[in-house]
Design a protein around this ligand. Structure first.
Ligand code: GLU
Length: 486
């Protein structure tokens, strides 16, 4: 069977990393059956609309290397894919429900509804619900009100004393007492549908076979089941996915701990491939040791049966860092360099390469690649290759017994390095001669080399020192040592 999935983001904010995870699963499920993934923008909540959010949603999906088969930009048989452009469709279906007796007009004012809620709160009822006041209006009363232009909404007529069954492919059969369900507004007074009506109508018209979404939507599902029944439509399969939580917490992902929006992880310097690989495991597990998955492999291996049934999946930020570091290490240096440059162009400003060329940067990258976990770390890890570092002389005593001793070490090595002919300035030669000087002056390796490292790089942690000297060259090394004596 060809599977048709959909992602239906609302432009009320940015695409959350959990939404991107859902999209990844949607993608895998559709692709493994040569089916389709539909992207639909659910922009019916005008009050919470965030300017430009839909363009950013499309962009970030593309930036992650995912794509959709029908939807904005690419079109498709059920155009338009923006709900705000489909209002007539929802209106027609809302009226159909009223005519069939599954929905009704409600003319209650905001004040009345507010008072009702207030009273119910005082009574400490578990759920506040509409009291079905307008359900008892006669046909004539309704017509009169409509004719007079009294503002109205259309509500779902939820049956009393029923158990509503929801069949979820991951969670199994779930039942919801209908008495807990409000007579949901389907059509608002501004002519816009609510999410519940629009999502059901569109999922049906767009022939969606599987609805994947986060667990936060589970309480809405019985309402949708009622709507499918009322229309006489067969509901798609429901698949509710675990929500994401911080490690060692039962709460949802928090901005206080780090990024939560998909786009922000790219800004943090994560690679889309690593992010996708990490996300594959946010609620799914193949049950093997295999951890490194390309998108193609995931499309092949993904199955609904292996989605976890727990309510939340841990979002292990350390693990994400590990994945990213691994993708960085496994990438060719040239490819990594291109990504570093693109990242800088997009998130910082154009890179200032100083006097150095690309060949130099490739060598720098070769040296730091092992330790680099995000593209954003490049600057911090490498700035001393490109620019003379700031050297705080009072810090020498962290590496040497005294400031005088540090100066003496630097002077002696400066003599040594000045006398090495340029053509003999190689890593191995530097290594050999520098070690010989240790015995000549009876220096401890740690004291001497840490002092030289700090004097030339301004940091205490670098790739092997003679690799660094070899790369920045004789002139630069000796000039930095001279500067550190001033
Ligand atoms: N528009 C909803 C959202 O913002 C869609 C939920 C669903 O997948 O049904 O996520």
């Amino acid at each position: 069977m060809k599977i048709r999935t959909r992602l239906a983001p609302s432009p009320t904010g940015e695409i959350h990393v959990g939404t991107m995870r859902t999209l990844l699963y949607d993608y895998a499920l559709a692709k493994q059956t040569s089916g389709e993934l539909i992207l639909r923008i659910e922009d019916t909540d005008r009050e919470r609309y965030v300017e430009g959010a839909e363009e950013r949603a499309l962009k970030v999906i593309e930036d992650y290397g995912l794509s959709w088969d029908e939807g904005p930009k690419v079109g498709g048989p059920q155009e338009p894919y923006f709900q705000s452009q489909r209002l007539d469709i929802y209106k027609k279906y809302a009226i159909e429900l009223v005519e069939k007796g599954f929905a009704y007009y409600c003319f209650c004012t905001q004040e009345r509804l507010e008072k009702l809620r207030e009273e119910q709160r005082k009574e400490k009822l578990a759920v506040t619900k509409y009291d079905k006041h307008c359900l008892s209006l006669t046909k004539e009363e309704v017509e009169k009100n409509l004719k007079e232009g009294i503002p109205y909404v259309i509500r779902l007529k939820v049956p009393s004393n029923e158990e509503i069954e929801v069949e979820d492919l991951v969670l199994g059969k779930l039942t919801f007492p209908s008495n807990d369900i409000d007579d949901q507004v389907l059509m608002k007074s501004d002519g816009f549908p609510t999410y519940h009506l629009a999502v059901v109508v569109d999922d049906h018209l767009m022939n969606i076979t599987h609805i994947l979404r986060g667990r936060e939507w589970l309480p809405s599902t019985p309402k949708h089941v009622l709507l499918y029944k009322a229309f006489g439509w067969r509901p798609p399969k429901f698949v509710h996915l675990p929500l994401l939580r911080e490690v060692n917490s039962t709460k949802k992902l928090s901005k206080r701990t780090g990024s939560v929006n998909a786009a922000d992880f790219l800004k943090d310097g994560y690679l889309p491939e690593a992010l996708l690989n990490f996300m594959m495991f946010l609620g799914w597990n193949p049950g093997t040791e295999k951890e490194i998955y390309s998108l193609e492999e995931f499309v092949k291996d993904f199955s609904i049966g292996k989605i976890q049934t727990s309510e939340m999946a841990a979002f292990d930020r350390q693990k994400l860092l590990w994945f990213n570091g691994m993708y960085i290490r496994n990438m060719s240096t040239e490819e990594l360099w291109n990504k570093v440059v693109l990242w800088h162009e997009r998130y910082l400003e154009k890179m200032d390469f100083g006097k150095y060329k690309k060949e130099f940067s490739l060598k720098v990258l070769d040296l730091v690649k092992e330790r680099m976990k995000t593209l954003a770390e490049f600057n911090d890890l490498t700035s001393y290759f490109y620019f003379k570092p700031f050297v705080d002389k009072s810090k020498f005593i962290e590496f040497s017994v005294s400031l005088d001793k540090a100066k003496e070490i630097i002077k002696n090595y400066l003599d040594l390095y000045r006398n090495i002919p340029s053509e003999e300035w190689t890593k191995d030669n530097l290594d050999k001669l520098s070690h010989e000087y240790l015995s000549k002056y009876n220096y401890k390796p740690k004291e001497a080399f840490m002092t030289l490292r700090y004097a030339t790089c301004g940091v205490s942690f670098t790739p092997p020192l003679f690799d660094v000297f070899n790369l920045i060259g004789k002139e630069e090394t000796t000039s930095r040592l001279e500067d550190s004596l001033r």
